[in-house]
Design a protein around this ligand. Structure first.
Ligand SMILES: *[C@@H]1O[C@H](CO)[C@@H](O)[C@H](O)[C@H]1NC(C)=O
Length: 221
């Protein structure tokens, strides 16, 4: 049998008080509580008659948030798209499409799961620390980067090297199995805003869900 909504609300609101007064209680529906519950229920109904049960509960619902989410995809779609791109078997547009679809499905999934503040910029083509290095334009000279938005060529040659330049150093993230690309900083490093990834992914997320904010890796070691 469904409990009337005001009764349920009343029971919830009186629970801490009753629990404090009577720690060894049985059920709140025990006949001995009925007069109290009835009075409280009437009082609650009169006072909060404009509330539906849903709004009553949602006022007390905790806002939820997570700061990261696996980015490879349920079938490792990103890994395969990257390998295909690196092998020259697919285009940059193909890679972008796989990445955008993955991001959208992750945001949608989080949103449907009831997460209130959806994180964006948890995605990365390679590594979040490298993304931060790119955002700050801290590209070592050997990659011959001359400014402007950092594209795939510079980004992936920093990550993996190529026939002519070695990659940047990769090391373990603390004691975990995650590896990241170690930034190379020197007094000669010139910082500039060279990757708009965090902002563009924020805007992308905003189109999918209204409550979003961007996560930027703060761990610039
Ligand atoms: C290797 O990467 C550097 C830096 O991005 C680039 O200038 C060069 O053209 C690349 N070489 C090859 C063979 O792809």
């Amino acid at each position: 049998m469904m409990m009337p909504s005001c009764l349920r609300g009343t029971l919830l609101s009186f629970r801490p008080i009753l629990a404090a007064l009577y720690p060894h209680h049985g059920s709140w529906l025990d006949p001995k509580w009925r007069p109290l519950v009835r009075v409280a229920c009437l009082h609650g109904t009169a006072k909060h008659s404009q509330y539906t049960e849903t709004s009553w509960l949602s006022q007390r619902k905790m806002a939820s948030h997570i700061v990261g989410y696996p980015r490879m995809g349920p079938k490792r779609e990103l890994k395969f798209a990257l390998e295909s791109f690196w092998d020259g078997k697919s285009s940059a547009e193909d890679l972008e499409k796989v990445a955008a679809d993955l991001r959208a499905s992750i945001w949608k999934q989080m949103s449907e799961a009831g997460i209130k503040y959806i994180p964006s910029n948890t995605f990365s083509y390679y590594d979040q620390v490298l993304d931060t290095t790119a955002m700050l334009g801290a590209v070592p000279d050997r990659y011959s980067w001359t400014g402007g938005e950092i594209g795939y060529s510079t980004y992936f040659s920093m990550a993996r090297g190529n026939a002519t330049v070695p990659a940047m150093e990769m090391t373990k993230w603390f004691d975990t199995n995650y590896h990241f690309i170690v930034p190379e900083l020197s007094p000669a490093t010139k910082f500039s805003y060279a990757s708009h990834k965090a902002v563009s992914e924020y805007k992308e997320a905003k189109a999918v869900c209204s409550f979003t904010h961007s996560i930027v890796s703060a761990s610039f070691s």
